[in-house]
Design a protein around this ligand. Structure first.
Ligand SMILES: [Zn+2]
Length: 282
């Protein structure tokens, strides 16, 4: 199992010399379960870094449809390919989904109904059965977790062939979780080989952003204090956070978790090999 980090930034894509280490493309991950069998999580601008990783049947799982998680979709070459069948999974949206309605011929020159690929939309709860039957990857288990985020968002805990990974974004750690709900959450994450978790805010700079749906670094340190998982990766970086801030976050969080847990900062165009526990460049 490999996790490809194709876009790791929150809110809006950014660039600049102070952000070169971790990159500036917005949310997109490709989870490869086995050789060339996998699916995309979110369609931020990082989806433009997805080249020959996907086959004819493209499965796209959306945590939610805030713009930074869908804004790369019009730039995804797969949607203009007549040989591609693209299945999008999401929850909580009626009528036309924002990922498609952003391509209405006005806000985007090509209308989604005239795209060459075959695009269908599905409820999240149908994902596991559809994916397993298409790829015959029996044993895949996908658990959906409701997150604390305005408008709603879902986290994914995914197990396959002895590995378990969790993707928790976008998600604000609130007062309730720091107290009575903390044990319940850590139980959920304890057996994961890797947890990819939202982190955006600094208390001093972003104090007005309470309730906006992302965690503060001090709450992350408190929540994950003593956490004994193997690999904890922070993701969805604040658009104005430079490399130095992200390194500082990493150091703070590393001091809070159990010494056996390794903390990383997600970086554009890298991958984590879950079986071998090593990082590499795409
Ligand atoms: Zn969001």
């Amino acid at each position: 199992m490999k996790i490809y980090f194709l876009g790791v930034r929150g809110s809006v894509p950014v660039s600049g010399s102070s952000k070169q280490t971790y990159g500036g493309a917005t949310s997109c991950i490709y989870l490869e379960l086995s050789d060339r069998v996998g699916f995309i999580i979110d369609a931020g601008t990082g989806i433009m870094n997805l080249k020959d990783l996907v086959d004819t049947n493209v499965f796209l799982l959306l945590t939610h449809q805030h713009w930074d998680h869908i804004q790369g979709f019009p730039h995804f070459s797969g949607i203009y390919d007549k040989d591609k069948k693209i299945r999008i999974y999401s929850k909580g949206y009626r009528d036309t989904w924002p990922i498609l309605s952003q391509m209405d011929g006005i806000a985007w020159p090509i209308h989604y109904q005239s795209l060459a690929s075959e695009i269908t939309t599905h409820d999240l709860s149908d994902f596991q059965e559809d994916f397993v039957s298409t790829h015959q990857c029996h044993g895949l288990v996908v658990k959906f977790v409701k997150l604390n985020h305005p408008g709603g968002a879902y986290g994914f805990k995914i197990s396959y062939q002895g590995n378990t990974v969790a993707f928790i974004f976008d998600h604000e750690i609130d007062h309730t979780q720091l107290n009575e709900k903390k044990d319940e959450w850590l139980d959920l994450l304890d057996d994961c080989d890797i947890v990819v978790h939202d982190l955006q805010y600094q208390r001093k700079r972003d104090h007005a952003c309470v309730g906006w749906g992302h965690p503060f670094i001090d709450d992350m340190c408190q929540f994950f204090s003593g956490y004994q998982g193997s690999e904890l990766v922070v993701f969805g970086h604040h658009p104005i956070a430079d490399d130095a801030e992200l390194d500082f976050n990493q150091a703070q969080l590393q001091q809070s978790v159990h010494p056996d847990c390794h903390v990383s900062v997600a970086k554009d165009k890298t991958y984590y090999d879950v079986n071998r526990k090593i990082w590499g460049d795409v």
